[in-house]
Design a binder for this molecule. Structure first.
Ligand code: PLP
Length: 357
């Protein structure tokens, strides 16, 4: 069989072991693993299965369609789903036993008999019920099946940021108001960063996304295993005389005689064009620089003359063999590794699962 042109490898053993580590840190709180956006680009169903084996007891998604896909795949664990447009038909959610997030009285009416998690905006100013309307919402929910109240943190990835404590205080007030309205809800607040740094905010459940996938949002924190690797292989190798320039725009020129390898991955496969002249790959056990612009379908790598067509090229991975990491890519172009791995879900890129399924 031919080498895959572009291949994303997802290590499910790494997912299992990350989740086991996070669940141990979170215990006795339960662990929800967030598998929105196709499991941050890793594949929602295989990740969800591995996460449940690793000790997660809940799954979280943004869209209802994502939650229904999990049920379709036979996953029966509790699922919370938190963001759908006005007018969504929630009956399939109720039938499939999917919990829904509710941020307003109107939404509470719209979700019918669904079990709900009431969301308070404690300072992210994104979704959630504003504090001013919260007393009305908790009173209106007196006859609903309220499982929990919850909120989301803005700056947990900057340990010590004063907003974290400020949000926690508002969350405590919201909880008191829910109790005063006669509810007895569970509570959840922590994302990956808070799970790793704020045990006092674990409450009854943590919601871990990025850490599941082995990427740590807190610099210098817990060692996790990055689950995703991205690789390709050399298509051709040729000599490049001194003074010749490479790729569109001729943004790089060879100072001396050298060799270049053509690798068939480009920005259509998830290599950001912004990494042009700013990235290297692992080829023949060494880091080799990408020269010139990243094209839609290909990159050019400066290489030693003994490079051969078919040689493996690792674009990123856990870093254990010296290859770049998704975090290194993100840092080079001023984004976060979340965006890099989530952007790897592309129809043209083969996805292969490693580890026990
Ligand atoms: C995405 C998301 C999470 C997970 O965040 P991470 O930083 O990836 O751990 C948790 N809760 C909500 C509401 C989210 O949207």
């Amino acid at each position: 069989m031919a080498e895959p042109r572009a291949e994303v490898l997802v290590d499910l053993d790494a997912v299992r072991s990350n989740v086991a580590r996070l669940a141990a840190l979170a215990g006795p709180a339960e662990t929800m693993v967030v598998v929105k956006a196709d499991g941050y680009g890793h594949g929602a169903v295989p990740v969800a299965e591995a996460a449940l084996q690793g000790g997660a007891t809940w799954l979280g998604t943004a869209a209802l369609s994502e939650a229904l896909d999990l049920r379709e795949a036979g996953i029966s664990a509790p699922i919370l789903c938190w963001l759908d447009p006005v007018g969504t038909d929630y009956r399939p959610a109720v039938e499939a036993g999917i919990d829904l997030s509710v941020s307003s009285v109107e939404q509470l009416r719209a979700v019918g008999d669904a079990r709900v998690h009431l969301k308070i905006d404690t300072g992210l100013s994104r979704g959630g019920c504003p504090q001013s309307r919260w007393p009305e919402l908790v009173r209106a929910a007196a006859d609903s099946d309220v499982h929990a109240i919850w909120s989301h943190l803005a700056c947990a990835d900057e340990p010590g940021h004063p907003s974290v404590d400020a949000q926690a205080k508002r969350f405590a007030v919201a909880y008191e108001e829910a109790l005063a309205a006669g509810l007895s809800p569970r509570r959840h607040l922590a994302n990956s960063a808070a799970t790793l740094t704020r045990p006092d905010l674990h409450f009854d459940m943590v919601r871990v996304g990025i850490a599941t996938y082995g990427l740590n949002p807190v610099p210098g924190g817990e060692k996790l295993l990055p689950a995703m690797a991205f690789r390709s292989s050399v298509v051709s190798v040729k000599p490049l005389p001194a003074g010749e320039s490479v790729s569109y725009g001729h943004s790089w020129t060879a100072a001396g005689d050298t060799w270049v390898a053509l690798v068939p991955v480009g920005y259509a496969d998830g290599v950001p064009r912004l990494l042009s002249n700013r990235m290297s790959v692992l080829l023949g056990g060494e880091r080799r620089p990408v020269r010139g612009r990243v094209c839609m379908d290909q990159i050019v790598v400066e290489c030693p003359p003994d490079t051969r067509p078919g040689d493996e090229v690792v674009l990123f991975g856990p870093g254990t063999r010296g290859e770049p990491t998704a975090t290194e890519w993100a840092d080079a172009i001023g984004t976060i590794d979340y965006e890099i791995v989530t952007g790897m879900y592309r129809p043209r890129v083969t996805r292969t699962y490693l580890g026990r399924r």
